[in-house]
Design a protein around this ligand. Sequence first.
Ligand code: GDP
Ligand code: IMO
Ligand code: MG
Length: 434
Amino acid sequence: MSNVVIVGTQWGDEGKGKIVDLFTEKFDVIARAQGGHNAGHTVMIDGLQYILHLIPSGILHREKSCVVGNGVIIDPFALLEELRMLKDFDLRGRLHISNRCHLIMPYHTAVESAEEARLADKKIGTTSRGIGPCYEDKIGRRGIRLADLEIPEIFREKVAANVQFKNQVLAGVYGAETLDAEEIYDSYMAVADEILSYVTDTAEYLNAAISEGKSVLIEGAQGTLLDVDHGTYPFVTSSNATSGGGCTGTGVGPGKIDGVVGISKAYTTRVGGGPFPTELDDRIGRYVQEKGAEFGASTGRPRRCGWFDANVVRYSCMVNAVDTLVITKLDVLDGVEELKICTGYSYRGEQLQFFPTGIETLEAVEPIFESHPGWESDTSGVRDYDELPENARKYLNRLSESVNTDVSVISVGPDRQETVVVENSPYLARLLPA
Ligand code: GDP
Ligand code: IMO
Ligand code: MG
């Protein structure tokens, strides 16, 4: 038995979907813990691509159970679309959605788009899915949960009260169009039964499974630098994308977690606004963007690309207590003549000791780079660590050393098979169930 949390260690899109799919065969239950359909997790199986937003990436394995935990927020229409995409995967009896999940409502997306417009050039660059305003209502204790759909009168009352308040905000603060509570009520009730057929108390379900000796893999969404507490605030998402969020978002207590696997790209990307010290605005940045197909899996927006930043991943390994790292997209660096790793930040002439808290500092730091010779050959066909080009192994060793963390898996392509497991990694054998 082993329960493991997988987290992104950068700004999201590290390849969590691929790695969760890869690890799924070793686990019994795969659970999402936070975020919503702002996430886009790509899994490629024998050339077929699936993009999961709300449902765990493990769902593509027909014999496994999947849980959408209480920390996830749900747009019922996005969920239905995903259920339809997965209609051939026999979801009945193996997909369980928490009755404590908060619902994304039309006023959340309306407020978000009005607020992003108000912020103008200071906007966050969100995914426009209503994520921030929905979590605001959850923390503000006026949210509406899936369980509320079970009692239509209560649901109607809550919708009416919230719409009345949000309309004052939309019209009064933003001068935006208002919404009709009854229309919202009708549209949600029209899909309630289908959604409620998957809903249960998932904390009970997960803890019972663990008591029976089953293993749970918790699939993080977003990445550590997008975490509302530990990320580059305010250019973050509104949930805890760090490993602690894996516990609060599922109801599996920390004592039951056996380890944390961090996922990092061999370089860095970021979508939306906010500081990015190692960003490349040149030919190499464009090469990586094109070769790595760095366009958002949810929104299609181009991802900003830059060198590997050891400050970011070292900090992530600390706040998540990462046991071992998976490095993805090494193949994208094939053919880049000279590679750089950022090993420190200099600020006002002095090297910083800690990852900066304020974005004003992060925007002003000078990255300290070291150079590494690249490699020519195509790594996508490599399956044994020893067959990687010598310079690729040196680069990986230096990445691992610069973040003081073991690397146990290297991904060299989007497909399940395009993976290299580091045989002598001490951590993987301990973390993955037999
Ligand atoms: P996630 O949000 O962390 O699950 O990552 P995304 O799915 O948003 O983005 C990762 C992208 O990289 C997807 O298009 C994957 O298919 C792709 N990918 C994952 N691992 C690799 C890899 O090792 N090499 C290449 N070339 N692509 C990869
Ligand atoms: P996965 O799980 C990359 C970013 C958005 C924006 C900020 C806030 O696929 O790695 P939000 O809509 O969450 O309020 O947007 O967070 N963001 C992501 N970036 N991958 C994601 O998810 C993201 N989810 C949110 O681009 O900068
Ligand atoms: Mg993604």
